[in-house]
Design a protein around this ligand. Structure first.
Ligand SMILES: C[S@@+](CC[C@H](N)C(=O)[O-])C[C@H]1O[C@@H](n2cnc3c(N)ncnc32)[C@H](O)[C@@H]1O
Length: 207
């Protein structure tokens, strides 16, 4: 990996993901998590402060050593054990049916084979386990102008931000992976340019 990818990208992502306006969204998406949780694309730990009291432990999956080091203070302050337990959401080192809940925040945009990652999350979730997600992706179909900009900007965005796509569709990917999406809300993030901030927040249940 380039020096830019290894050292600069995690710092940019830490700043972008740490913006104040993400706080209420993180609180919302974490509500209802329970038991043993797997969090894919843990990043620098911005969700830790929002895990509800029903969570007993978190297995963090994060490839970036720099990102994990930057998360140290948040991990230390956690009220439940948070362990870095894997490096790649596409291949999870756990037995089937290991977790009660899963969490993915702005991560499916970046994992190279996000469909494979969702199949893995589904495999390690217990039947009836829930995946809580907030992802940015393709704007609603009535906003064709935004979609056009997303297609134009995507190659540059991927190069600058560690492979981050702008046109993925989380709900479609979840459904393809066999989840049932039971709650979903789509909106533009306040203060973010629309091509970068077309969000989908919700809960998907593993069969
Ligand atoms: C935009 S950041 C989001 C970080 C964090 N979820 C948050 O909300 O602050 C995307 C994260 O996905 C991670 N990532 C990239 N490839 C991955 C993979 N194959 N498996 C798991 N995580 C991955 C990146 O290192 C980065 O931390």
């Amino acid at each position: 990996m380039s020096i830019y990818g290894e050292y600069v990208v995690p710092r940019i992502l830490n700043a972008a993901c740490g913006m104040k306006m993400t706080v209420p969204l993180r609180r919302r998406v974490c509500a209802g998590l329970r038991g043993e949780v797997i969090e894919i694309g843990f990043g620098t730990g911005h969700n830790v402060a929002h895990y509800p009291g029903t969570v007993t432990g978190v297995a963090a999956i994060e490839p970036s050593d720099v990102g994990w080091r930057m998360a140290a203070e948040r991990v230390r302050a956690a009220t439940v054990p948070v362990r870095r337990s894997g490096l790649d959401g596409q291949s999870l080192p756990f037995a089937d049916d290991s977790f009660d809940s899963a969490l993915s925040t702005w991560t499916l945009c970046t994992i190279p084979d996000a469909d494979a990652a969702l199949r893995e999350v589904r495999r390690v979730l217990k039947p009836g386990g829930t995946l809580h997600f907030i992802e940015h992706g393709l704007a609603p179909k009535e906003d064709e102008n935004v979609r056009r900009w997303q297609r134009r900007l995507e190659p540059l965005n991927k190069r600058l931000l560690g492979g981050c796509h702008l046109t993925r569709q989380a709900v479609d990917m979840l459904t393809t992976a066999g989840f049932t999406v039971t709650e979903v809300d789509t909106f533009y993030e306040e203060g973010a340019p629309r091509p970068l901030g077309a969000d989908t927040l919700g809960v998907a249940v593993s069969p």
